[in-house]
Ligand binder design. Structure first.
Ligand SMILES: NC(=O)c1ccc[n+]([C@@H]2O[C@H](COP(=O)([O-])OP(=O)(O)OC[C@H]3O[C@@H](n4cnc5c(N)ncnc54)[C@H](O)[C@@H]3O)[C@@H](O)[C@H]2O)c1
Length: 252
């Protein structure tokens, strides 16, 4: 039985990734700081017949990452797949953005991805597992709205970290790739006490070349592809945005 470890795996895209790997026959280890959501996702994954654990963990805390990886190895075994999905967004006008706010976003999104990858890679190498690491970047690594500098910097860093780790870990048989989602509607994938109906409008849908916004399952499917069917792919960034980033914006 293969094992998938998913950060931020309790809600949103991460929950769909946890479900996707469970349905594909993997055991799943979920790390998330939100306990209610974590327990709910854990029960759902177990209900699919998968072995699973949930560990309360905050990716900005190195000790939580160490504990999560050690608990995963002890209870389920060494992960074959790590998905660094956890991420936070802070909208703050650039001229007001503080060092503390900037550092926190970088600590969760970028440093968390580095530390989880390092911990998982050490375990994979020790267990001689030719694993896959999948990092959640964003199309915002390449394009921006105002007031998103900390987030976009973290996501640009993740794209660069991905090719860096792909080169360093290639000789161990570990592949590292990134996914850059565009607009993914997650409102109905939150903790049940908080989930709401999707909020996008017809214009929101129609501005996408594919005629809809993204679903968390679109990203979960790509994670399974990168884990299972992409043995000649490493160091890459896969853009999944319904075509938005290749669309000319001249008025028609
Ligand atoms: N939804 C989108 O449109 C979109 C687009 C591009 C990229 N992304 C990226 O996809 C990933 C998931 O986004 P989402 O929209 O599902 O977010 P979300 O907010 O719906 O879910 C994020 C999950 O991560 C958990 N989390 C928050 N802080 C954490 C921390 N410090 N440590 C560990 N887990 C933490 C949350 O509790 C939650 O379960 C993020 O990396 C995000 O940047 C999302």
């Amino acid at each position: 039985m293969k094992i998938a470890a998913v950060t931020g795996g309790a809600q949103g895209i991460g929950r769909a990734i946890s479900y996707g790997f469970a349905r594909a026959g993997y055991a799943v280890s979920i790390a998330d700081p939100e306990e209610n959501a974590g327990r709910e996702a854990l029960e759902a994954v177990k209900g699919m017949g998968a072995q699973a654990i949930y560990v309360k963990a905050d990716m900005s805390r190195p000790a939580d990452i160490t504990k999560w990886m050690a608990t995963t190895v002890k209870i389920l075994g060494t992960p074959d797949v790590l998905v660094n999905n956890a991420g936070i967004m802070r909208n703050v006008p650039f001229l007001k953005l503080t060092a503390k706010e900037f550092d926190h976003v970088i600590a969760v999104n970028l440093r968390g991805t580095f530390l989880c990858s390092q911990a998982a890679a050490k375990a994979m190498i020790a267990a001689k597992i030719k694993g896959a690491i999948i990092n959640m970047a964003s199309t915002r690594a390449f394009m921006s709205e105002r007031g998103t500098e900390a987030y976009t910097a973290s996501k640009g860093g993740i794209v660069a970290l991905t090719h860096g780790m792909a080169i360093s870990l290639g000789s161990h048989g570990i592949r590292v790739n990134a996914i850059s989602p565009g607009w993914i509607e997650t409102s109905d994938w939150q903790f049940s006490g908080r989930a709401t109906k999707p909020k996008h409008s017809r214009e929101d849908r129609e501005q996408h070349p594919v005629g809809r916004v993204g679903r968390p399952e679109d990203i979960a499917d790509a994670c399974l592809f990168l884990a299972e069917h992409a043995s000649f792919m490493t160091g890459q960034n896969v853009i999944i945005d319904g075509g938005m980033s290749v669309k000319m914006i001249y008025a028609e």
